[in-house]
Write a protein that binds this ligand. Structure first.
Ligand SMILES: Cc1ncc(COP(=O)(O)O)c(C=O)c1O
Length: 307
């Protein structure tokens, strides 16, 4: 039986599949089982920022795998691989963000951000935008305005309010004293690569401060040089100080890994046991993310700055 027959009989997928069985990839290309070469315009849902099977990534996986791939209980012990990543992340993250947690996927990072915002503020309303995508867990589905989240999974977990993206008047009406958080992509990805007007993010940030709501910026798709800077928030028209910034996709160039960074105040409100998990960061993810970050800084961003 062919790969396609077996998968069609036994597997579950979440989108319309192409009848192509991909066996390997290199750079921007992938090859199917018969050796036919394709130019990969998907980049694995915007993840393979350094291309497929980049030697920097495969080398990091090999080297770390020979040392250790699961610390004696993540969080219970310290790790040089994690310390390296934390130091490098600190140098590229917005300056107000001081602590980082690790996760396995973008949805998991956003889910945690929403959960913690509810705990920290003691409020439950989350404001998000139409056309947005933040993931497919219960919490993130509830705040994703670009997916069918209305009927299928009732009752919803998160009380939410959807507003049009880049509409500050709508934001001013929706963000109120019972709002726990606003979650926003700085540039809407799945919504059609929509860049907000100058000052929109700043005004939303001001509304959050005014109503004691947290600002969660979802850089899962825009982060790690996808917009020419490490984070979209570095572009002058988008510079705001988020309370929580979520990262995924390009952070480890295709290895399943994600993270969220918080400011000092938020960190002070998170207590032992509030969040965690068996794989909340693992040495392979840390090592690959270090490799991706170092490579991106040296070979992509620095030459650009020198031009
Ligand atoms: C902006 C944004 N947030 C969150 C997610 C969810 O990330 P993941 O698929 O890793 O759960 C995505 C995925 O496309 C995304 O584009």
């Amino acid at each position: 039986m062919s790969t396609i027959d077996i998968e069609d009989r036994l597997g579950i997928t979440f989108c319309q599949r192409q009848p192509i069985a991909i066996e390997r990839g290199e750079g921007s290309y992938v090859w199917d089982e018969s050796g036919k070469k394709y130019l990969d315009f998907t980049s694995g849902w915007g993840v393979t920022c350094l291309g497929h099977s980049h030697p920097i990534i495969t080398q990091a996986i090999n080297q770390q795998a020979q040392k250790i791939i699961q610390n004696p209980n993540s969080g219970f012990t310290y790790s040089p691989a994690r310390a390296s990543l934390l130091s490098i992340l600190k140098s590229v993250l917005p300056a107000n963000l001081s602590k980082v947690y690790f996760a396995n996927s973008g949805a998991e990072a956003n889910d945690a951000a929403i959960k913690l915002a509810r705990k920290i503020t003691g409020k439950s309303k989350i404001v998000s935008t139409l056309g947005s995508f933040h993931g497919l867990t219960f919490n993130t589905l509830s705040v994703s305005g670009g997916t069918d989240n209305t009927e299928k999974y009732l009752p919803k977990l998160t009380e939410n309010s959807f507003i049009p993206f880049d509409d500050i008047k709508a934001a001013a009406v929706a963000i109120d004293d019972v709002t726990a958080a606003v979650i926003l992509e700085p540039i809407q990805g799945e919504g059609g690569v929509r860049i907000p007007g100058n000052g929109y993010l700043k005004q939303v940030a001001n509304l959050c401060r005014q109503h004691k709501a947290l600002l969660i910026i979802d850089e899962i798709q825009t982060g790690f040089c996808r917009t020419g800077k490490f984070f979209a928030l570095e572009h002058s028209e988008m510079q705001v100080e988020p309370d929580i910034l979520t990262m995924g996709k390009g952070i480890a160039g295709g290895f399943p890994f994600a993270a969220f960074a918080v400011n000092g105040w938020v960190d002070g409100q998170i207590h032992r046991g509030d969040h965690g998990g068996t794989y909340c960061g693992n040495p392979l993810g840390w090592a690959v993310a270090v490799a991706v970050l170092v490579f991106s800084t040296i070979f992509i961003l620095l030459p650009r700055k020198q031009k």
